[in-house]
Design a protein around this ligand. Structure first.
Ligand SMILES: Cc1cc2nc3c(=O)[nH]c(=O)nc-3n(C[C@H](O)[C@H](O)[C@H](O)COP(=O)(O)O)c2cc1C
Length: 200
């Protein structure tokens, strides 16, 4: 059985989405797959601003090759007006050649988000993130209700993907137990699927 490489690709400005990414990565590793964690740079209204060559801390910036070489993908963004954040969309809009050559077809994908408020657009954000991945021919992996946390959670996490309700005061380690377990389970599911699909 050949292992699989699952890309965890996200944007996070204040670390909430990044915290979900860390739980997801542990779930991927628990499935026996390799988690490759990458982020994307901020975008600036000043088009002349030079892009930072490497992030000052944390995971490296993603390259198109990271996407090309993955066997599965977890895509994460803060909720911004019920939508994914511009930096992630900007990255995705540079993937036309990968789309044209069908390099993501039949690979599993999941999505995750963090928002301030519980009813501030998490589900619509998850849907906006999965749409381009469906265009890429990926297979959407949500979170099934066989995971009891989906019935229990009064914070984030649902069938469309992992999520975190961050509130207005950001603190490290602020994921609820349900949010953390749902994020782990989503990573594990995409990890399992990536291995199975890679091995036919
Ligand atoms: C421009 C902008 C738009 C936002 N829109 C929403 C929103 O629609 N709903 C919501 O609950 N929070 C919204 N937020 C708050 C972020 O989703 C929230 O702070 C999130 O946890 C940040 O994630 P991060 O720590 O990974 O950057 C918005 C924040 C910004 C800067």
């Amino acid at each position: 059985m050949i292992s699989a490489k699952v890309l965890v690709l996200y944007y996070s400005r204040t670390d909430s989405t990044a915290e979900l990414a860390r739980h997801i990565a542990r779930g991927i590793e628990a499935a026996g797959a390799e988690a490759v964690v990458r982020t994307v740079p901020s975008v600036s209204p000043n088009a002349a601003a030079p892009a930072e060559p490497i992030p000052p801390s944390g995971p490296p910036y993603a390259t198109p090759d990271d996407l090309r070489s993955c066997d599965g993908l977890l895509l994460g963004s803060p909720t911004r007006f019920g939508n994914m954040a511009a930096p992630l969309k900007f990255f995705l809009e540079q993937t036309s050649d990968i789309w044209l050559s069908g390099q993501l077809v039949d690979k599993p994908a999941g999505v995750f988000t963090s928002s301030t408020s519980a009813h501030g657009g998490q589900e619509s954000t998850l849907l906006t993130m999965i749409l381009p991945l469906i265009h890429h021919g990926m297979i959407w992996a949500g979170v099934p209700y066989t995971l009891n946390d989906l019935f229990e959670t009064d914070t984030g996490g649902g069938p469309y993907g992992a999520s975190h309700v961050a509130g207005s005061q950001r603190t490290e380690g602020s994921l609820s137990d349900d949010e953390a377990r749902i994020a782990h389970a989503l990573g594990q599911r995409v990890g399992h699927l990536a291995i199975k699909l890679r091995n036919g």
